[in-house]
Ligand binder design. Structure first.
Ligand code: NAD
Length: 504
């Protein structure tokens, strides 16, 4: 375990990053910024009240009226400016991500890079919001489809990607002509203030409406306000399945739109033909990276019986050497869990796994530190896929199951309530294709010879079943942020009715 910085050092580092970005922290006693590195409080903050939140939604709705008629490439200019500011402040924002979410330096920088990437994607998109022309059955008619801005997008985000998830939604929503109201995780207020301030600066530079983006610094009660407000056309919510279960029916009750990015319980199949060295590297990053706190973290390893012992032994060897500790320190690969409660949940899950016949073959201990919840990533061999394995525990536990036939591996793989990310390591092309086929992996993300985590922004991101069904980021995910209109234009002098219906 590497030495930890003091809370005062973290406070100074956060303050310096905030100063460089130009943020004034709204000091108060309603909320606090803390760091999982020491588990201690950094600053007291003033929260957004319910009344202010209502006003912010109204302001965003007003800004939308101007923004929706601004030409999309001009909207792209704003997002380009945001991307440039993110480049300038990449290191500062990464500092804040490490301070508040505990990510190691390389992953924190990677998160900001992802924000820059989505800005670039969205700028290109601003000239590619394509509709289509459809063959009409009537002479002298044109049938077409056009896409229009939707309205106010309410973004609710989780602690573990405190800035990237916001940028996936916001960069795309802005080029689509929408306004955004953001309710970030209460665990990462400084990252939210900094990200939001960079967008405010971009808005000012681009001469766009000031109220196009509003930040609500508050708890889930204010999040619920976004959920219930009919002025919010789309609620894009990222977080636990528990949260999604509360949010989805409420938005549906008012016929609003919802985009859900919820929990995962991701698995990798390792076939007997797999390149085990490649598999080893992919598995360790996916399972232990970000201290097991990614929605795409590898939680279940489904290994062919012939290679299971060998692979688990090699994995246990690597796990025994993983540097755990200060995420700012060079060489650290595993930082802290976000809270003590997360470490308790890990311990409880390991107890349940053992009660179900599981055997811990690596890690699993909580390290003895004065503050901060540091744990050794764990590997547990399970005799079957019991209840605890079918749940998402947001901590670094890798359950290992064995299989004999490919059909058995796919059945085990799909037999969980979640459906986010999946992968197979194999050198057998038929097997790889079968994993990707309609009766293979049932997840939104299915990979070959790579782990489950670390998606690029170019593809659509999201999952099925209890993961919520939403898609964000690249590909055609932009359509969720727009409304579609079908247009029939008659340029003849005859009123021809569809399906040859005659009338009058
Ligand atoms: P969480 O569900 O505790 O909180 C997420 C956000 O929802 C927070 O901003 C919270 O304030 C808000 N919230 C909670 N209840 C609400 C309610 N009733 N109404 C409105 N807002 C509410 O999740 P977390 O602990 O911050 O993040 C971890 C979870 O997020 C994991 O389950 C992880 O898999 C998931 N996640 C999913 C994705 C994805 O893309 N699928 C990405 C990141 C995280």
């Amino acid at each position: 375990m590497t030495d930890l910085p003091t809370t005062q050092q973290l406070r100074d580092r956060a303050r310096a990053a905030l100063d460089r970005i130009g943020v004034t922290v709204p000091e108060g006693d309603d909320l606090h910024a803390r760091s999982p590195i020491t588990g201690e409080r950094l600053f007291g903050l003033r929260a957004t009240t319910a009344e202010q939140a209502g006003q912010a939604i109204g302001e965003a709705a007003e800004a939308f009226r101007t923004w929706r008629v601004t030409p999309p490439p001009a909207r792209g200019d704003l997002v380009r400016t945001l991307g440039e500011l993110l480049r300038t402040h990449k290191s500062d924002l990464a500092d804040l991500i490490t301070v508040e979410a505990g990510k190691i330096r390389s992953e924190a920088l990677g998160e900001v890079q992802e924000m820059i990437d989505i800005c670039e994607f969205a700028v290109g998109l601003s000239r590619q919001l394509y509709g289509r022309t459809i063959a009409s059955e009537r002479p002298g008619h044109r049938l077409a489809e056009t896409w229009h801005p939707l309205g106010v997008v309410g973004v609710i985000s989780a602690f573990n990607f405190p800035a990237a998830v916001w940028s996936w939604n916001t960069a795309v929503a802005l080029v689509c002509g929408d306004a955004v109201v953001w309710k970030p995780s209460e665990l990462t207020p400084l990252v939210s203030l900094a990200s939001s301030h960079l967008l405010d600066r971009a808005i000012e530079q681009a001469g766009a409406p000031r109220e196009l983006h509003r930040l609500l610094l508050a708890g889930s009660d204010v999040g619920a306000q976004l959920v219930d407000d009919p002025r919010v056309a789309l609620v894009s919510a990222t977080g636990s399945t528990r949260m999604g279960r509360e949010v989805a029916p409420r938005v549906a009750a008012r016929f609003g739109r919802v985009l859900l990015e919820l929990g995962g319980n991701n698995a990798t199949v390792v076939a007997p033909s797999a390149d085990l060295e490649l598999a080893l590297q992919g598995i360790v990053f996916a399972a232990a990276g970000t201290a097991g706190q990614r929605c795409t973290t590898l939680r279940r390893l489904i290994v062919h019986r012939d290679v299971a012992d060998q692979l688990v032994e090699r994995l246990a060897g690597v796990y025994g050497r993983l540097p755990i500790g200060d995420p700012f320190a060079e060489g650290t690969l595993v930082g802290p869990l976000i809270t003590d409660a997360a470490a308790d949940a890990m311990t409880a899950a390991l107890d349940r796994a053992q009660a179900d016949g599981g055997k811990i073959v690596a890690g699993g201990r909580r390290l003895d530190t004065a503050g901060g919840a540091y744990v050794e990533p764990a590997i547990v061999r399970m005799p079957r896929q019991s209840g605890v394995v079918r749940e998402e525990t947001f901590a670094p536990i890798l359950y290992v199951l064995t299989y004999d036939t490919f059909e058995e591996a796919v059945a085990l793989h799909n037999d969980v309530p979640q459906g986010l990310s999946s992968s197979i390591f194999t050198r057998d092309q038929q097997e790889a294709e079968r994993f990707l086929a309609a009766d293979g992996s049932d997840c939104g993300i299915a990979n070959v010879n790579i782990g489950t985590s670390g998606a690029e922004i170019g593809g659509a991101f999201g999952g099925e079943k209890e993961t919520g069904g939403g898609r964000e980021s690249g590909s055609d995910a932009w359509r969720a942020y727009m409304r579609r209109a079908t247009n029939t234009v008659n340029y003849s002098s005859t009123l021809a009715l569809a399906q040859n219906v005659s009338f009058l």
